[in-house]
Design a binder for this molecule. Structure first.
Ligand code: NAP
Length: 267
C-alpha cells in the first residue's frame, strides 16, 4: 500500500497522522500516513531506504530535521536561499525533492485579508517566523515590526527578506498594525506566557497565534475580549498539511470538513 510519513525526534506528539488519516478515510484513498521516529544520526539512512521503496510517496519533517534534511534532497524551488528549511519531501521519479508548505499554510487562513500597504507585527524570529516573513514578503505589506528576545536575530531576518520595519525587544509597545502574528514559543504548553498589551491595535486588526498547544492561548482570549478577529494555530497546521497532502496523494483534501477535523484534533 502506498504511504507517506511524518518524521521527527520526538514524534509521538505529532498531529499530522490524525490530519492526513482523516482526509485519506474521507476520500476513500487506499493509503497510509504514519509517524516515524527518526533520530538525527539516522536521517541519511532514512532517506536512502525510503528512496528505494516504491510505495513511499514522501514525508513531512518536523523538529529537529527541518534544516538538516535540506542537505539530503534536491532543492529545486530554492528553499535554502529563502525560508532555509523544509517541512516536506516528495518523490519525483528517482529524485527526492524538498519543499516548504508552512508559508502557504500560514497564508491560507488570511488569504481574504488585504494587507497591501498595511503594517504587520510578528513576535518571534525562529523557524516558523522565517516561513511567515517569506509569505509577508510576497504580500506587499508596508512595515513589519518583529518583537523578539534576540533582537539581532530579528533584524537579520527582516533584512534577509528585504522587508522594511524594525526589530525590537519583547515588551516594546505595539505599533497600530493590521495583523499581529505570534510566531514565538511563548504561550505554548511548558513555555512562559506572552505578556502583551493589545490596546494600540486598531479595531479591524487580526490576531493570529500559530501556537496550537494549547489552542486557546491567552493572546487569542485577550484579542477576543477586544472583539478582534482571530486565527488559531490549527488553521495553519491544517493549511500546511493540506498542501503536503496534495503533493503526496494527488488529491485535494475535503476542507469543507475542517470543523469535524478540528473536533478530532482537539478531543
Ligand atoms: P524556534 O525556531 O525554536 O523559535 C522559537 C522562538 O520563540 C524564537 O523567536 C525564540 O526567541 C522564542 N522563544 C522561545 N523561548 C522563549 C522564551 N522563554 N522567552 C522569549 N522568547 C522565547 O521554534 P519554531 O519552530 O519557530 O516554533 C515556534 C512556535 O510556533 C512553537 O510554538 C511551534 O509549535 C509553533 N508552530 C506552529 C506551526 C503551525 O502550523 N501552527 C508551525 C510551526 C511552528 P529567540 O530567537 O530569542 O531565541
Amino acid at each position: 500500500m502506498i504511504y507517506a510519513e511524518v518524521i521527527g525526534d520526538p514524534i509521538s506528539h505529532s498531529k499530522s497522522p490524525a490530519i492526513h488519516g482523516f482526509w485519506l478515510k474521507a476520500l476513500g484513498i487506499e493509503a497510509e500516513y504514519r509517524a516515524a521516529h527518526v533520530k538525527p544520526d539516522g536521517l541519511a539512512a532514512y532517506f536512502a531506504a525510503r528512496k528505494a521503496d516504491p510505495d513511499w510517496r514522501g514525508c513531512n519533517i518536523t523538529i529537529p530535521h527541518k534544516q538538516a534534511a535540506l542537505d539530503l534532497v534536491e532543492d529545486r524551488g530554492g528553499v535554502r536561499a529563502s525560508i532555509g528549511a523544509i517541512n516536506t519531501v516528495i518523490r519525483e521519479g528517482d529524485a527526492l525533492i524538498g519543499t516548504n508548505t508552512d508559508a502557504g499554510g500560514f497564508y491560507t487562513p488570511i488569504a481574504g485579508l488585504d494587507l497591501q500597504g498595511r503594517d504587520v507585527v510578528v513576535i518571534g524570529a525562529g523557524g516558523a517566523a522565517r516561513a511567515i516573513l517569506f509569505a509577508l514578503s510576497r504580500l506587499d505589506v508596508a512595515r513589519v515590526t518583529i518583537l523578539n528576545r534576540n533582537v539581532l536575530k530579528a533584524a537579520a531576518l527582516l533584512s534577509s527578506f528585504g522587508l522594511k520595519g524594525d526589530a525590537v525587544p519583547l515588551g516594546a509597545p505595539l505599533p497600530p498594525a493590521a495583523l499581529l502574528v505570534n510566531a514565538s514559543a511563548l504561550g505554548m504548553q511548558g513555555q512562559p506566557p506572552l505578556a502583551i498589551d493589545l490596546s494600540p491595535l486598531p479595531d479591524d486588526a487580526v490576531v493570529y497565534d500559530i501556537v496550537y498547544a494549547p489552542l486557546e492561548t491567552e493572546l487569542l482570549a485577550q484579542a477576543r475580549d477586544r472583539e478582534l478577529d482571530t486565527v488559531d494555530g490549527l488553521d495553519m497546521l491544517i493549511g500546511q498539511a493540506a498542501l503536503a497532502f496534495e503533493l503526496f496523494f494527488g488529491a485535494e483534501p475535503p476542507r469543507d470538513r475542517d470543523e469535524e477535523l478540528r473536533a478530532i484534533l482537539t478531543s
